[in-house]
Write a protein that binds this ligand. Structure first.
Ligand SMILES: [Zn+2]
Ligand SMILES: [Zn+2]
Length: 92
């Protein structure tokens, strides 16, 4: 009687479940998706504070409160603009 002799099932090669993790990059500071506008997460500095930032007597801060480290890049590590720039756009 011819049974199926020695036929090895050939499934099982694809046992690996690849989790397709849709990773959305979000700003650690304001939770905005990259590509969108960052949200302002700190209160706008006073005129006095902005003036002091301009003079350099206060550290320049971004709209999420980070200190702008380098004057050549007026953005924080998260990409938030300096308050000096944002405040101008908002027209104090
Ligand atoms: Zn942000
Ligand atoms: Zn930041």
């Amino acid at each position: 009687m011819g049974g199926g002799c020695g036929s090895e099932g050939s499934d099982g090669a694809e046992g690996r479940l690849t989790m397709a993790l849709v990773k959305t990059e979000r700003c650690e500071s304001c939770d905005a998706v990259y590509g969108e506008n960052h949200r302002i997460t700190t209160a706008k500095p006073s005129k006095e504070s902005l003036a002091a930032m301009l003079l350099g007597t206060l550290p320049e801060r971004a709209t999420d409160g980070c200190i702008i480290a380098s004057a050549s890049t007026p953005r924080c590590q998260h990409g938030h603009s300096s308050w000096l720039i944002t405040a101008k756009e908002l027209t104090i």
